[in-house]
Write a protein that binds this ligand. Sequence first.
Ligand SMILES: Cc1ncc(COP(=O)(O)O)c(C=O)c1O
Length: 388
Amino acid sequence: MKRVYMDHAATTPVDPIVAEHMMHCLTEVWGNPSSVHSFGREARRVLEESREMVARLVGARSNEIIFTSSGTEADNLALLGVARRLARKGRHIITSTIEHHAVLHTCEYLEASGYEITYLGVDRTGLVDPEDFRRALRPDTILASIMLANNEVGTIQPISEMAAASREAGVIFHTDAVQAMGSLEVKVDDLGVDLLSLSAHKIYGPKGVGALYIRKGVRLEPLVFGGGQERQLRPGTENVTGIAGLGMAASLAARQRASRVQRIQSLRDMLERGIKERIPGVTLNGSPDRRLPGLLNVTIQGVEGESILMNLDLKGVAASGGSACAAGSLEASHVLLAMGFSRDDARGAIRFSLGADNTTEDVERVLQVLPPIVERLRRMRQGAGYGY
Ligand SMILES: Cc1ncc(COP(=O)(O)O)c(C=O)c1O
């Protein structure tokens, strides 16, 4: 049975070109980038080439890119780094209720350490209102962190408007662009952001490596201490192989994004149409027009999302409920709850996230196996006395 992977928001397969480049670096470029001899210099060259590729992808200068161990670490470094650096200036931070836990849990930690956090709500489609953002700015606000695109429903936020308001108020603006990279044209100057997080494994690179863009002049406190690597902001001997993978993935994303995205979006639209035509009682979650091109989050009324996912898995189809870390626990998604869903409706949501490796046959396979699964689950539920 050919398996179908439609969970690219959780992670993407490693592009063979990325894998080949990493294998070369792993076996041939094993020097320590801090060494001054030729072995070290070769590793340093790989690091700096990768930095240049990541910088080019986001329209930054290479000395504005710091490599980290993940998107999570980039988010932590942005939030904790600014909060600690500017603690004497103010202790108020603005974020939204639908951020990834890498931001939300860091904010909760800061709250427990004496900072005050404003969590902006969202509308039914997952959008933050820039007017709410403006109203939340205060004289003691030091930092704002609003994600570029949401990982569960794909809603794309009006970042440039909020970043402009932030700049006017002298407040540092961070965006978590982990899900947006590779799908949207992301340029730090167009967005007007000061800090931006990204992660390799969402753009066909390896897991365990990410980067933080830090606009020239923005100062952060480091989270770890040691040698002088990464301008002392992220000391520790660099993960040269992983960083090489991120660099190559970024370079491929820059070259292939437009054509990849067009294909992925037309497959996503085909899946969306097919599901709506074949299954009654389906509603789209998130914004119909301001949405990541590969993302389709739907509620299928009268059935538990988890039951659908298990049955799809038995047929070799991989999709997801809320985010990957929320899946497995039957917790309703904090994103859907923030969008005003009831716990029951939130539990009925499933997310298909398509990627570069998906084909028309994959979409046809999902459209073939999903309707009978839903029908059977609904019959079982009606037998148990629940209508929908
Ligand atoms: C929006 C968002 N931010 C941050 C992360 C964390 O990235 P990483 O898995 O590299 O730690 C993810 C991963 O799911 C994400 O979707």
